[in-house]
Design a protein around this ligand. Sequence first.
Ligand code: GUN
Length: 288
Amino acid sequence: MTQILNSSPVKKKITKELKSECKKLIENGIQPYLKVILVGNNPASLVYTTNKKKYCEKIGAKCDIVSLSENIDLNLFLEIIYEINHDDQVHGCIIQLPLPKHLSHLDVGQLVAENKDVDGFHPNNLYSVLSNQTSQNHFISCTPKGIITLLQENFIEISGKRVVIVGRSMIVGKPLFCLLTNHDATVTLCHSKTENLRELTKQCDIIVSAVGIPNFIDETYLSPKKNQVIIDVGMNVDTAGLLCGDVDFDKVKDLVHSITPVPGGVGPMTIVSLAQNLLQAAKNKLSL
Ligand code: GUN
């Protein structure tokens, strides 16, 4: 019987912990406070940022969405981030991606102060993952962190396993490559120029797909006898306008050991990880 890696039970457990941690922080005079910078009206970004705000409020943290015009002037944009970086009341800040074209040349990782970078995009935070020296002062990128939590909470072994990640983005593929390596997996990072991808995916124990193409992974990528684990990071819209992942769920679900659904798999784990990072940022302030 295939195990469906629904994030709800894990989310419920972590939410309880986060609510209690948040309560303690508030008793100590600190209410964790996140600012989410949203530029323009990208429909997916609107949904994601609203979900982030709702979840922060659910655990007792404060969250403001700073909605900026699609055409915001570069200097004004930088000034707003500068002010947030220097605002003592704010513990965490994220800049929702993608940014509009005229801002897309900016290196987002360099904009938010390292100690407020709860997205884990700052070079020092990324280096802590690269060098396997993560600590409470460093933040791990939310989606990779959420994937590790989901695997661990479902007792899926990582150490010694062969993992194929498809997609080499700075947000998912590359940091996840490092994190899984730190957890002693043998990781192959694949991308659009990888030759014979099926040969690689058929040989591995865990497949992570983060390519943004509906139905990209189907039964032809699998070895049913290997009891593979499928992690679907895709957040796509299908021809009927419904949210779907990168994996053809119906075609592969009976051929694998376990699989994350979309929606309800990796997506909620990203938000949970963000809230964990936010509370860590607030705690770090308390211990200063
Ligand atoms: N856009 C899609 N995923 C993310 C994320 O994890 N963080 C930010 N800031 N933007 C995103």
